[in-house]
Design a protein around this ligand. Structure first.
Ligand SMILES: O=C(O)CCC(=O)C(=O)O
Ligand SMILES: [Fe+2]
Length: 318
Protein backbone atom coordinates (compact mmCIF):
# COMPACT_ATOMS: atom_id res chain seq x y z
CA UNK A 1 0.00 0.00 0.00
CA UNK A 2 1.08 3.62 -0.40
CA UNK A 3 1.89 5.88 2.48
CA UNK A 4 -0.74 6.24 5.22
CA UNK A 5 -0.90 9.36 7.40
CA UNK A 6 -3.29 10.34 10.17
CA UNK A 7 -5.87 13.03 9.42
CA UNK A 8 -4.93 16.01 11.65
CA UNK A 9 -7.10 16.58 14.73
CA UNK A 10 -7.66 19.93 16.40
CA UNK A 11 -9.76 21.38 19.19
CA UNK A 12 -13.11 21.60 17.44
CA UNK A 13 -14.15 24.76 19.25
CA UNK A 14 -11.21 26.79 17.89
CA UNK A 15 -12.64 28.03 14.58
CA UNK A 16 -9.86 30.58 14.07
CA UNK A 17 -7.20 27.85 13.97
CA UNK A 18 -9.48 25.86 11.66
CA UNK A 19 -10.05 28.77 9.30
CA UNK A 20 -6.41 29.84 9.02
CA UNK A 21 -4.62 26.52 8.95
CA UNK A 22 -7.12 24.16 7.35
CA UNK A 23 -10.12 25.76 5.62
CA UNK A 24 -8.09 28.37 3.77
CA UNK A 25 -5.32 25.97 2.81
CA UNK A 26 -7.66 23.17 1.65
CA UNK A 27 -6.23 20.79 4.26
CA UNK A 28 -8.51 18.11 5.74
CA UNK A 29 -8.92 17.98 9.51
CA UNK A 30 -11.09 16.52 12.27
CA UNK A 31 -12.54 19.14 14.63
CA UNK A 32 -12.81 17.15 17.86
CA UNK A 33 -15.90 17.91 19.95
CA UNK A 34 -17.02 20.71 17.62
CA UNK A 35 -20.71 19.80 17.90
CA UNK A 36 -20.77 18.40 21.43
CA UNK A 37 -23.31 21.11 22.41
CA UNK A 38 -25.80 20.29 19.66
CA UNK A 39 -29.10 19.07 21.22
CA UNK A 40 -29.01 16.34 18.52
CA UNK A 41 -26.16 14.63 20.39
CA UNK A 42 -28.49 13.90 23.32
CA UNK A 43 -31.78 13.71 21.47
CA UNK A 44 -31.26 11.64 18.34
CA UNK A 45 -32.07 8.12 19.51
CA UNK A 46 -34.47 5.72 17.73
CA UNK A 47 -37.50 6.61 19.91
CA UNK A 48 -37.08 10.38 19.49
CA UNK A 49 -36.50 10.13 15.74
CA UNK A 50 -39.47 7.80 15.31
CA UNK A 51 -41.69 10.23 17.17
CA UNK A 52 -40.47 13.29 15.24
CA UNK A 53 -40.13 11.98 11.68
CA UNK A 54 -41.26 8.33 11.77
CA UNK A 55 -44.38 8.99 9.65
CA UNK A 56 -42.52 10.68 6.82
CA UNK A 57 -41.54 8.84 3.68
CA UNK A 58 -37.79 8.68 3.05
CA UNK A 59 -35.73 7.59 0.06
CA UNK A 60 -32.60 5.50 0.49
CA UNK A 61 -30.20 3.22 -1.37
CA UNK A 62 -30.70 -0.53 -1.33
CA UNK A 63 -27.59 -2.31 -2.63
CA UNK A 64 -26.58 -5.93 -3.15
CA UNK A 65 -23.76 -5.49 -0.64
CA UNK A 66 -22.75 -3.20 2.23
CA UNK A 67 -21.06 -0.76 -0.22
CA UNK A 68 -23.10 2.16 -1.60
CA UNK A 69 -23.61 2.90 -4.41
CA UNK A 70 -22.14 0.31 -6.76
CA UNK A 71 -21.10 2.72 -9.54
CA UNK A 72 -21.12 0.01 -12.22
CA UNK A 73 -24.83 -0.50 -11.49
CA UNK A 74 -25.80 3.09 -10.78
CA UNK A 75 -28.14 3.36 -13.75
CA UNK A 76 -30.25 0.37 -12.71
CA UNK A 77 -30.31 1.30 -9.02
CA UNK A 78 -33.25 3.49 -8.18
CA UNK A 79 -33.60 4.72 -4.61
CA UNK A 80 -36.20 2.81 -2.60
CA UNK A 81 -38.84 4.44 -0.35
CA UNK A 82 -40.56 3.70 2.93
CA UNK A 83 -41.66 5.41 6.13
CA UNK A 84 -38.66 6.52 8.20
CA UNK A 85 -39.93 4.37 11.11
CA UNK A 86 -39.87 1.27 8.85
CA UNK A 87 -36.40 2.13 7.58
CA UNK A 88 -35.10 2.48 11.14
CA UNK A 89 -36.67 -0.85 12.18
CA UNK A 90 -35.03 -2.59 9.23
CA UNK A 91 -31.52 -1.27 9.88
CA UNK A 92 -31.75 -2.03 13.60
CA UNK A 93 -32.99 -5.56 12.95
CA UNK A 94 -31.13 -8.67 14.05
CA UNK A 95 -29.73 -9.52 10.62
CA UNK A 96 -26.80 -7.12 10.43
CA UNK A 97 -25.56 -8.27 7.00
CA UNK A 98 -29.00 -7.49 5.57
CA UNK A 99 -29.18 -4.17 7.47
CA UNK A 100 -25.90 -3.02 5.90
CA UNK A 101 -27.48 -3.25 2.42
CA UNK A 102 -29.50 -0.12 3.30
CA UNK A 103 -28.10 3.39 3.22
CA UNK A 104 -30.04 6.58 3.86
CA UNK A 105 -27.57 9.17 2.63
CA UNK A 106 -27.34 12.91 2.11
CA UNK A 107 -27.80 12.26 -1.63
CA UNK A 108 -31.43 11.32 -1.00
CA UNK A 109 -32.23 12.77 2.44
CA UNK A 110 -31.67 16.42 3.18
CA UNK A 111 -32.63 19.18 5.57
CA UNK A 112 -32.29 21.84 2.90
CA UNK A 113 -31.38 21.95 -0.76
CA UNK A 114 -30.36 25.14 -2.58
CA UNK A 115 -31.91 27.17 0.24
CA UNK A 116 -35.22 25.30 0.27
CA UNK A 117 -36.06 23.54 3.55
CA UNK A 118 -37.35 19.97 3.42
CA UNK A 119 -40.71 20.06 5.27
CA UNK A 120 -40.34 16.40 6.39
CA UNK A 121 -37.44 17.10 8.70
CA UNK A 122 -38.30 20.60 10.01
CA UNK A 123 -38.93 19.20 13.48
CA UNK A 124 -35.23 18.28 13.75
CA UNK A 125 -33.81 21.65 12.69
CA UNK A 126 -33.63 23.10 16.21
CA UNK A 127 -31.36 20.20 17.23
CA UNK A 128 -28.34 21.47 15.28
CA UNK A 129 -26.87 24.66 13.88
CA UNK A 130 -24.90 25.83 10.90
CA UNK A 131 -21.20 26.27 11.81
CA UNK A 132 -20.43 29.98 12.24
CA UNK A 133 -17.45 29.94 9.82
CA UNK A 134 -19.77 28.98 6.97
CA UNK A 135 -21.51 31.59 4.83
CA UNK A 136 -25.19 30.51 4.99
CA UNK A 137 -25.80 31.87 1.51
CA UNK A 138 -23.20 29.55 0.05
CA UNK A 139 -24.65 26.34 1.44
CA UNK A 140 -25.93 24.14 -1.36
CA UNK A 141 -27.27 21.25 0.69
CA UNK A 142 -27.52 19.99 4.26
CA UNK A 143 -27.59 16.19 4.15
CA UNK A 144 -28.92 13.59 6.58
CA UNK A 145 -27.27 10.16 6.94
CA UNK A 146 -28.63 7.20 8.94
CA UNK A 147 -27.04 3.74 8.71
CA UNK A 148 -26.22 0.59 10.62
CA UNK A 149 -22.83 -1.03 11.28
CA UNK A 150 -20.55 -2.15 8.39
CA UNK A 151 -22.06 0.15 5.77
CA UNK A 152 -19.48 1.77 3.51
CA UNK A 153 -19.56 4.35 0.77
CA UNK A 154 -17.77 3.74 -2.56
CA UNK A 155 -14.56 5.75 -3.15
CA UNK A 156 -15.57 9.09 -4.72
CA UNK A 157 -15.29 12.85 -4.64
CA UNK A 158 -18.27 15.18 -4.21
CA UNK A 159 -19.56 16.84 -7.38
CA UNK A 160 -20.17 20.52 -7.97
CA UNK A 161 -16.80 21.73 -6.58
CA UNK A 162 -18.25 21.69 -3.10
CA UNK A 163 -16.44 21.68 0.24
CA UNK A 164 -17.89 19.43 2.87
CA UNK A 165 -18.25 19.49 6.64
CA UNK A 166 -19.46 16.12 7.86
CA UNK A 167 -20.67 16.09 11.47
CA UNK A 168 -20.95 12.84 13.42
CA UNK A 169 -24.02 13.01 15.68
CA UNK A 170 -24.13 9.37 16.74
CA UNK A 171 -21.95 6.29 16.15
CA UNK A 172 -18.53 6.23 14.55
CA UNK A 173 -16.95 6.13 11.10
CA UNK A 174 -13.47 5.33 9.82
CA UNK A 175 -12.52 7.87 7.17
CA UNK A 176 -10.14 7.43 4.21
CA UNK A 177 -9.11 10.60 2.36
CA UNK A 178 -7.03 10.82 -0.81
CA UNK A 179 -5.51 14.04 -2.15
CA UNK A 180 -7.06 14.89 -5.56
CA UNK A 181 -3.71 14.26 -7.27
CA UNK A 182 -3.82 10.67 -6.02
CA UNK A 183 -6.40 10.21 -8.79
CA UNK A 184 -3.40 9.02 -10.85
CA UNK A 185 -3.53 5.82 -8.77
CA UNK A 186 -7.30 5.50 -8.39
CA UNK A 187 -8.61 4.72 -11.89
CA UNK A 188 -11.51 7.18 -11.85
CA UNK A 189 -14.33 6.38 -14.27
CA UNK A 190 -14.10 8.48 -17.44
CA UNK A 191 -16.41 11.41 -18.10
CA UNK A 192 -15.72 10.78 -21.80
CA UNK A 193 -17.52 7.44 -21.48
CA UNK A 194 -20.43 9.12 -19.72
CA UNK A 195 -19.60 7.07 -16.65
CA UNK A 196 -19.86 7.90 -12.96
CA UNK A 197 -16.75 10.03 -13.20
CA UNK A 198 -16.71 11.14 -9.54
CA UNK A 199 -16.14 7.50 -8.59
CA UNK A 200 -13.04 5.31 -8.59
CA UNK A 201 -13.32 1.97 -10.36
CA UNK A 202 -11.51 0.34 -7.43
CA UNK A 203 -13.46 -1.36 -4.65
CA UNK A 204 -11.19 -0.23 -1.80
CA UNK A 205 -12.45 -3.05 0.45
CA UNK A 206 -11.31 -5.70 -2.02
CA UNK A 207 -9.07 -4.09 -4.66
CA UNK A 208 -8.30 -6.15 -7.75
CA UNK A 209 -4.58 -5.35 -8.09
CA UNK A 210 -4.25 -7.28 -11.37
CA UNK A 211 -6.68 -4.86 -12.99
CA UNK A 212 -5.74 -1.77 -10.91
CA UNK A 213 -2.01 -2.26 -10.03
CA UNK A 214 -1.32 1.42 -9.24
CA UNK A 215 -3.86 1.34 -6.42
CA UNK A 216 -1.19 -0.15 -4.17
CA UNK A 217 0.84 3.10 -4.54
CA UNK A 218 -2.08 5.33 -3.51
CA UNK A 219 -1.26 7.45 -0.45
CA UNK A 220 -4.06 8.30 1.88
CA UNK A 221 -5.03 9.89 5.18
CA UNK A 222 -6.87 7.83 7.76
CA UNK A 223 -8.94 8.95 10.75
CA UNK A 224 -11.94 8.20 12.89
CA UNK A 225 -14.88 10.48 13.61
CA UNK A 226 -17.01 9.86 16.68
CA UNK A 227 -20.11 11.53 18.12
CA UNK A 228 -19.38 15.25 18.61
CA UNK A 229 -16.72 15.55 15.86
CA UNK A 230 -16.80 17.38 12.54
CA UNK A 231 -14.66 16.43 9.56
CA UNK A 232 -13.58 18.93 6.90
CA UNK A 233 -13.25 17.47 3.40
CA UNK A 234 -11.81 20.08 1.02
CA UNK A 235 -13.33 20.17 -2.45
CA UNK A 236 -12.16 17.41 -4.83
CA UNK A 237 -10.66 15.26 -2.06
CA UNK A 238 -11.52 11.64 -2.79
CA UNK A 239 -13.08 9.86 0.17
CA UNK A 240 -14.85 6.88 1.60
CA UNK A 241 -16.15 6.09 5.09
CA UNK A 242 -16.59 2.75 6.84
CA UNK A 243 -19.40 2.93 9.40
CA UNK A 244 -18.53 1.24 12.70
CA UNK A 245 -21.22 2.30 15.22
CA UNK A 246 -24.40 0.23 15.70
CA UNK A 247 -26.41 3.26 14.59
CA UNK A 248 -24.60 6.03 12.70
CA UNK A 249 -26.17 9.45 12.19
CA UNK A 250 -24.52 12.37 10.42
CA UNK A 251 -25.43 15.84 9.24
CA UNK A 252 -23.26 17.21 6.47
CA UNK A 253 -22.95 20.65 4.90
CA UNK A 254 -21.93 20.98 1.26
CA UNK A 255 -20.97 24.56 0.56
CA UNK A 256 -19.05 26.73 -1.85
CA UNK A 257 -16.04 28.63 -0.61
CA UNK A 258 -13.58 30.79 -2.42
CA UNK A 259 -10.52 28.63 -1.96
CA UNK A 260 -9.95 27.25 -5.43
CA UNK A 261 -7.19 24.70 -5.50
CA UNK A 262 -5.87 23.81 -8.93
CA UNK A 263 -5.46 20.07 -9.15
CA UNK A 264 -5.97 17.29 -11.65
CA UNK A 265 -9.64 16.78 -10.73
CA UNK A 266 -10.64 20.45 -10.68
CA UNK A 267 -8.95 20.78 -14.08
CA UNK A 268 -10.81 17.75 -15.40
CA UNK A 269 -14.19 18.95 -14.10
CA UNK A 270 -13.59 22.30 -15.82
CA UNK A 271 -12.59 20.60 -19.04
CA UNK A 272 -15.73 18.44 -19.03
CA UNK A 273 -17.87 21.49 -18.23
CA UNK A 274 -16.35 23.36 -21.22
CA UNK A 275 -16.95 20.39 -23.50
CA UNK A 276 -20.61 20.31 -22.44
CA UNK A 277 -20.90 24.08 -22.92
CA UNK A 278 -19.51 23.71 -26.44
CA UNK A 279 -22.59 21.61 -27.23
CA UNK A 280 -24.98 23.88 -25.29
CA UNK A 281 -25.38 21.17 -22.66
CA UNK A 282 -23.75 23.01 -19.78
CA UNK A 283 -25.39 23.34 -16.38
CA UNK A 284 -25.53 20.35 -14.11
CA UNK A 285 -29.09 19.29 -14.79
CA UNK A 286 -29.82 15.59 -15.10
CA UNK A 287 -31.24 16.19 -18.57
CA UNK A 288 -28.04 17.87 -19.79
CA UNK A 289 -25.96 15.00 -18.43
CA UNK A 290 -28.13 12.42 -20.19
CA UNK A 291 -28.11 14.34 -23.48
CA UNK A 292 -24.32 14.77 -23.31
CA UNK A 293 -23.92 11.05 -22.75
CA UNK A 294 -26.17 10.37 -25.80
CA UNK A 295 -24.10 12.78 -27.88
CA UNK A 296 -20.88 11.04 -26.88
CA UNK A 297 -22.23 7.60 -27.64
CA UNK A 298 -23.22 8.74 -31.17
CA UNK A 299 -19.96 10.55 -31.90
CA UNK A 300 -16.91 8.38 -31.37
CA UNK A 301 -14.55 11.14 -32.56
CA UNK A 302 -15.50 13.55 -29.78
CA UNK A 303 -15.53 10.70 -27.33
CA UNK A 304 -12.03 9.53 -28.27
CA UNK A 305 -10.57 13.05 -28.18
CA UNK A 306 -12.11 13.70 -24.77
CA UNK A 307 -10.88 10.38 -23.48
CA UNK A 308 -7.31 11.06 -24.65
CA UNK A 309 -7.27 14.48 -22.98
CA UNK A 310 -8.71 13.07 -19.76
CA UNK A 311 -6.18 10.26 -19.64
CA UNK A 312 -3.08 12.15 -20.71
CA UNK A 313 -3.50 15.39 -18.75
CA UNK A 314 -5.72 14.65 -15.78
CA UNK A 315 -5.67 10.98 -14.92
CA UNK A 316 -2.31 9.62 -16.17
CA UNK A 317 -1.75 6.07 -14.90
CA UNK A 318 1.85 5.37 -15.86
O1 LIG B 1 -20.75 8.49 5.27
C1 LIG B 1 -20.25 8.10 4.23
O2 LIG B 1 -20.05 6.89 4.01
C2 LIG B 1 -19.85 9.02 3.12
C3 LIG B 1 -20.00 10.48 3.39
C4 LIG B 1 -19.75 11.29 2.17
O3 LIG B 1 -19.42 10.79 1.12
C5 LIG B 1 -19.91 12.75 2.21
O4 LIG B 1 -20.15 13.33 3.29
O5 LIG B 1 -19.78 13.36 1.13
FE1 LIG C 1 -18.96 12.28 -0.44
Amino acid sequence: MGHIKDIAKIDGKDFSEFTHNYLNTATPVILKGAISEWPAIKNWNPDYLTEKIGNHTVRYKKSETNVHPIPQKMEDTRPTESLFSEYLKTILSEDSAEAAKYCLSGDEAYFSNEGVTNPNFVSLLSDFSIPSFMDKNKIERIGFWVTSKNVSSWLHYDGGALCNINAQVRGKKTVYLFDPDESKNLYMFLAARGEAHHFSQVNYLNPDLDVFPKYKDANYFLGEIEAGDMLYIPKYWIHTFFHTGDLNINVNFWWKNNVFPLNSLSARDNFVEHCRNAYNLGGRTRENMINFKKLLSKNSTIQNVMEKVEKSFFLPQK
